[in-house]
Design a protein around this ligand. Structure first.
Ligand code: ATP
Ligand code: MG
Length: 506
């Protein structure tokens, strides 16, 4: 007898229908799974066999063939345990009176005792079904239900065991339908550090404000212990509040990566990722045997903080160039390349030289010129070109340390940032862009109009600072953001002058 159970496969963040076909015929006992299974699908055989027995059903000692169609799509992970087990039970006649409608889909990993474990990717799968099969039903493990239920165009049912799913299919018991949480309000962005807690460093704080307002990448350079890491952490509290679409995209990526805690619905905060400098290429850009999004994608719509950026492996830093430019990352695979979003704001921090004290007014630097040059060379020109703001974080003077009067809080600064973002959204809506940093050449020409004195200043700076054309565009974008913070339509000389100041000669 033949049974067909519908399921879903993920390629990157895209879901496609999978048909789990189970045929049982007479012959020597055999349990074969075909259709390009990887090792974990083979392991599924053992789990399915045990789960069926331990749920009180009979595992048929006949010739069982399972085909996961289409065969040309690579399927990974244990997510087909549930559909395979249901197919085996249906094909062996143990689903008396039950039926498997065409618009019913299911995913889930089984434990040996027959309970269902959460699987990665439930949300992107549910969103894909909402697109391709609106109104259909998706059975997911209970731990995935809150996330999957964000796809409101389908019916999401939560199950906790194989026997519960069987009771449902027989019509004996209902499975709880999960609805997304209501009244989604995005609380104030939170950060580990408030700007007001950081003493001095006014220039760096101003640069962070500009970075947050226009979505610009930023590099902080300074001696040890001056607050670089603190400043970077405070940036999370300056970014504008999340929109629903952004939150959904973040949740989708974390779901695909298997990083959503069980029971978690929508993620409400912008990600702040700070991978260690020993990070591998695969963990940074994504990939691996079972492809997963990397740090650049997990930081999408948020911040990627590379502390001690020059300590990262060169190949890892160079691999950031493409996502920094295109805001997506393509991970090559044996069969197909998958694309993940990688729209992050890069924050780097580094010391000015190996000993850390170059340029310090009091402590003298121990490094040779050659050592300094080698150290800085680890940040390649093309990568530096993609960083809009380079800012010094010097050691504070004692009077700044003593100063009791606190500076502005993150909340106060964020009000200006939200206003500047509003101006950008209005201006760039027709282009499908969200902030100044996302502008490409043609838009820079169109929207970064300079006053005549500003134009003159740019001309002389272009030659003096030996700007590349990319750097030239980036200066204009930063100047645009500075003007937006001030509410000015035209870029004036002082806006451009400030923007040029953040291109610290390196
Ligand atoms: N400007 C500052 N205002 C308040 N506290 C500060 C400031 N700078 C440093 N500190 C204190 O010093 C500690 C170290 O700061 P932080 O880790 O940010 O330095 P860093 O510049 O990243 O140093 P390193 O180069 O060694 O990584 C902080 O936890 C904080 O307590
Ligand atoms: Mg630090």
């Amino acid at each position: 007898m033949l049974a067909i159970v519908n399921s879903v496969v993920l390629l990157g963040l895209e879901g496609h229908q999978v048909r789990v076909e189970v045929d049982i015929s007479n012959g020597l006992p055999l349990f074969a799974i075909v259709g390009l299974p990887d090792t974990s699908v083979k392991e599924a055989r053992e789990r399915v066999r045990a789960a069926i027995k331990n749920s009180g059903f009979e595992f048929p000692l006949r010739r069982i063939t399972v085909n996961l169609a289409p065969a040309d799509v690579k399927k990974e992970g244990p997510i087909y345990d549930l559909p395979i087990a249901v197919g085996v039970l249906a094909a062996s006649g143990q689903l008396q009176g039950g039926h498997l409608p065409d618009n019913l889909f299911m995913v889930g990993e089984l434990s040996l005792e027959g309970s269902l474990r959460p699987v990665p990717g439930a949300l992107p799968m549910a969103l894909a079904l909402q697109e391709s099969h609106p109104g259909s039903t998706l059975i997911v493990p209970a731990g995935n239900a809150q996330a999957a239920a964000l796809a409101t165009g389908i019916r999401v049912l939560a199950a906790s065991s194989l026997s519960q799913v069987l009771e449902f299919l027989k019509g004996h018991e209902e499975l709880p339908r999960v609805l997304p949480e209501q009244g989604l309000n995005f609380s104030e962005p939170k950060a580990a550090v408030d700007l007001a807690d950081i003493k001095g460093q006014d220039q760096a704080k101003r640069a962070l404000e500009i970075a947050a307002a226009g979505g610009h990448n930023i590099l902080l350079i300074g001696p040890p212990g001056t607050g670089k890491t603190m400043l970077a952490r405070s940036l999370a509290g300056l970014l504008p509040a999340l929109t629903y679409e952004e939150a959904l995209e973040i949740t989708k990526i974390y779901s695909a990566a298997g990083l959503l805690p069980a029971g978690q619905g929508l993620i409400r905060e912008r990600p702040f990722r700070s991978p260690h400098h020993t990070a591998t290429l695969a963990s940074m850009v994504g990939g691996g045997r079972i492809p997963r999004p990397g740090e650049v994608s997990l930081a999408s719509n948020g911040i990627l903080f590379l502390d001690e950026i020059v300590e990262f492996r060169r190949e890892v830093l160079e691999a950031l160039r493409q996502p920094l430019e295109e805001r997506v990352v393509t991970v090559a695979r044996a069969q197909a390349a998958v694309t993940y979003p990688a729209n992050f704001l890069l924050v780097g921090s580094m010391n000015p030289c190996p000993c850390g004290y170059l340029g310090d007014a009091v402590r003298s630097c121990q490094c040779t010129q050659y050592q300094v040059a080698q150290y800085r060379k680890r940040l390649s020109g093309p990568l530096l070109d993609r960083i809009d703001l380079v800012v010094e974080v010097p050691r504070l003077e004692y009077r700044q340390v003593e100063r009791v009067q606190p500076g502005e809080t993150s909340k106060q600064v964020r009000e200006r940032i939200e206003r500047a973002r509003g101006k950008q959204r209005e201006r760039l809506a027709g282009e499908g862009l969200r902030c100044n940093a996302e502008m490409q050449g043609p838009q820079v020409r169109r929207y970064c109009l300079l006053s005549p004195p500003a134009r003159k200043l740019l001309q002389s700076a272009y030659n003096r600072l030996a700007l590349s054309l990319r750097a030239y565009d980036r200066v204009l974008k930063v100047a645009r953001t500075i003007a937006d913070l001030e509410g000015a339509d035209e870029i004036k000389e002082q806006h451009l002058a400030e923007a040029l100041q953040y291109r610290l000669v390196f």
